[in-house]
Every structure is written in C-alpha cells, then in structure tokens.
Write a protein of this length. Structure first.
Length: 361
C-alpha cells in the first residue's frame, strides 16, 4: 500500500542579484531558511474556543467548513516530538503558547489537507491567521509519529532527503506519477514532481551524502526506482531521527555556549571573525530608553536578529537579512532602560580584505 506523504507547498525560487560568485550563492542557498541559533520557536495549536471549531474554505458549490482543531491525543504526539528534537541539546527551543499572535509556528489538523510545514524561516511569511504546519491524518496510528518528527524537521529548515542529488536516484517517472495519483495521496503531476522527482540544489540539502535512514526520507515501495539496483526493492527508513539528522541540526544549532553573551556597548564596534554559517551573539543593556540602531559593516552577507528578554526568554523584536544585496543589515528599534536584549548575527559569507563588524548606537 502506498504511504501517505508530506506535501510541501510549491514556493517561488529565490531571486538573487545576477553575477554573484558561486561560493557566495551557495552559502545563501544553504542558509537562507535557517533560524539564527538561540531562537525560541513558539508553537500554537488552533483551538475551538479561541478560533472557532471550523474554518470557512472556498470550494466548488460554495464555501465549505472544515476544522483546523486537533484532539488532545494528537497534540500530545506533536508536543512529544518537539521535545525529542529539543532534547538533542540543540540551541533552538520550542515553547507552546496559547496566543496565536505570539507564535512563529501555527499548527492545524485539517483532515484531508495532507501533512506539510513551512521550511524554516519561510514560516514568517505566513499571515497570523494562517497555518505554518498541518497534520492531515491520525498521528496516533501505528508508525505515524514519524510524520510529526518529519514536519518539525522542515520547521527547523530541513529538506526532503530523497530529493538529495547525492542519492543518485533514477526514478521510473511515470510509475511515480501513477502511484501518487491514486489513494491515499491523490496528487497532481506538479505536486509529485515538486515533492519527489525534483532534485534540490546541492547547497540546499541536509548533507553531502544521502541518508536513507533520515526522518526526512519517504518510504517507497518496490517498482518506483530504476537505479541504483539496490533500491529497486524500495526504500524503508526506520521512522526516527538518524545519526545524520542529529549531526545536521547540531551543526546549524549547536548548544549555546554561555547563558549571557558578551556586551555590545553603544558606539563601540565589535569585530566579527566568523566562518560561513557561524554566529556571534551579544547582549545589549541600554543606558537610556530611546531608539537605537544596530548595523553590520563590511563585505558580507548576514542575518541579524534582535530579541528582547521577557520572563527569562528571548522574544523576537526585529530582524534583517541582507543576503545577496549590496547593502549591510541595519535594524532600528526602541530599547528600554533596565531591560536586556540580544543581538545575534549569522554569517552567510564574507569576501574582500575589509573587516566585518557590528555596532549599536
């Protein structure tokens, strides 16, 4: 029987300025969806009391009404899977919130809409009333816990492993189209191509080798793969986090080195000595309440994010991604004396002989 598969929504390809060096472009492709380390991702379950039990959806014959609300047993599976990822010791934390406006990840359980998630920071593109993740079937059924682990992997920025070009898979395209067109998926050819047959850019994938044991790998029955010969009998991942899954997220989100990073003092430049993908963290304790500017200087592509500490937890205030542009990231925000803030700078790439630095004033 064909498995149920995660169905990512097709997104337009990123547009970068023409003429970017290959190394710079590769760094942008690999890191553009990743969160800055130290981010607390707040997740929210659509709720009957606060959102209503049904959501109007346009359809043939007039609007129909479907539920985005999941039962407590299904929510518990998702909560448990968030804990499993966090318990790896990664520098990303997950916190459930009861207010949709506080959540970066908003989770629905619309049956029949498939299971899917925004990939990494793409979640920030969704409107406040929109889902960033959906579970379209019963997660409490045997073997379906892996679906929740898989979608959270997407939320962390991971891609489908079977689309890794290093896998060397040669599909029987028409057999794949026919298989996915039938139950239980009922996919169009476009959806099948985007989620299965399309090869990812080598810079986008989860690693430089194919991982058949990854939780981001689909299971496939015999008869869909022509080559390599050993895969003609199908692909059968175990359904849990593989060693390479863990290695990937710990590389992007290593444990935070210290509870309080060094201070970023107003009007004093702090040099950044970062390799591609590395991050520098600073605290800001403003001496007075006013509008402040935080900016990066130098020949570099960076993501800069400003957080405010609330109840011992960093909460997102504002951020800027200057990747692929000729400009440097600049943030402006009103900071309050007596409160603590965090500035996190993740480097895509740097070039030239000039020094890269960050300053607050």
């Amino acid at each position: 029987m064909t498995a149920r598969y995660c169905s990512l929504a097709q997104q337009p390809a990123p547009v970068f300025a023409p003429g970017l060096a290959a190394e710079r472009l590769g760094a942008l492709m690999s890191g553009r969806r990743m969160w800055v380390n130290g981010t607390v991702l707040h997740y929210y379950f659509f709720d009957e009391e606060t959102d209503g039990s049904v959501i109007p959806v346009p359809g043939a014959g007039g609007p129909r009404r479907v539920s985005w609300v999941g039962g407590e047993s299904r929510r518990d599976v998702v909560r448990d899977c968030f804990r499993e990822w966090q318990d790896l010791g990664i520098g990303i934390a997950f916190t459930e919130v009861a207010d949709r406006s506080e959540a970066e990840l908003r989770i629905g359980f619309q049956q029949g809409d498939g299971s899917w998630s925004a990939v990494g920071r793409d979640a920030l593109l969704a409107g406040l009333n929109e889902r960033t993740m959906n579970f379209g079937w019963d997660l409490t059924a045997p073997g379906e816990r892996a679906t929740a682990l898989h979608e959270i992997g997407h939320a962390l920025g991971m891609q489908h492993e079977h689309q890794n070009p290093f896998a060397g898979i040669h599909w029987d395209d028409e057999a794949v189209y026919a298989d996915l067109a039938g139950p239980p998926n009922h996919w169009s050819r476009d959806r099948t191509f985007f989620n299965i047959l399309r090869k990812l850019d080598p810079a986008e994938v989860n690693g430089s080798v194919w991982d058949p044991h990854s939780v981001m790998e689909y299971p496939f029955a015999a008869g869909l793969i022509l080559e390599p010969e050993q895969l003609r009998g199908g692909v059968h991942p175990p359904g849990g986090l593989s060693p390479l899954d863990k290695e990937f997220v710990l590389r992007w989100y290593p444990p935070l080195a210290a509870p309080r990073p060094p201070a970023l003092v107003p009007f004093r430049s702090e040099p950044l000595s970062l390799a591609p993908g590395e991050q520098a963290d600073f605290t800001v304790e403003p001496p007075e309440t006013r509008a402040y500017t935080v900016a990066v200087f130098g020949a570099s592509d960076c993501v800069v994010v400003l957080f405010e500490e609330r109840d011992g937890e960093p909460r997102f205030l504002t951020g800027r991604d200057d990747g692929g542009t000729p400009d440097n990231a600049t943030l402006r925000a009103r900071l309050v004396k007596g409160r603590r803030y965090f500035v996190r700078v993740r480097l895509y790439s740097a070039w030239g002989s000039g020094r890269t630095a960050v300053m607050c004033w």
